[in-house]
Ligand binder design. Sequence first.
Ligand code: ADP
Ligand code: MG
Length: 259
Amino acid sequence: MIAEDAQLHAMLSRLQLTAIRDRLDALLQEAARRDLDLRQTLTHLCTAEVEYRDQRRIAMGTSIAKFPFVRTLEDFDFDAQPSVDARLVRDLAISRWVANGDNVLLLGPPGVGKTHLAVGLGRAAIARGYSTLFVSAPGLVANLAKAHDDGHLDDRIAFYAKPKLLIIDEIGYLPLEKDAAHLFFQLVARRYERGAVLLTSNRSVGEWGDVFGDNVVATAILDRLLHHSHVLTIRGESYRLREKRRAGLLRPSTTNPST
Ligand code: ADP
Ligand code: MG
């Protein structure tokens, strides 16, 4: 490396322009090939750096979020799920609701794409720069209960209160203990109007008294969650079962009159 190159390399390192530093030759060659003037070349270099940083930020945010699977809103087949308002979902993907600390409830029977949409909206929020954490409702409650027993509940609630978006998946698949409902309430109250919550549930909100084993606490939780919220109710049958039926692997449904 000639001295001037070494100096440039060191300066790019010091300025933390690592994408420009590591791809300098290729970027400059491309600029020459496209006949870019000096200002355009600078834009070309900066674009490479910004894109690299965005990618790295999204990759890091996605790994911190602990999604259960990789799904995007682009993968979601809206035609197959007419009860989902595609326009509303695309609007939610802009993540203004996350910025405002509003809530989203995704309700519907198993297999209709609730978790898929939750992950897709979570990824959209990360792309917009909002920290996101995905937890299952049973996992969350078990974690809070353990922290409570160990005398660390405040720390744990602070941990779950921190991400700008908390996704709580699968409320209602398992009944919760009464204590669990109180722990859950504390978290919801802490996040209220500060951090966005996305919840999925196979039970309608009218049944949450049963889910939480306590109507008073369920009402207090819903009161806060529903105050600034978007509720999407998905109907129909499981997407996978439908695909199998289409492929002729299952006989037509006789049990699900809603499809
Ligand atoms: P739920 O959380 O409602 O039980 P999931 O989101 O886990 O359902 O969906 C089950 C599977 O079916 C997942 O692999 C998901 O990606 C897929 N799926 C569901 N609905 C759709 C859809 N409309 N388009 C594409 N894939 C879908
Ligand atoms: Mg699910």
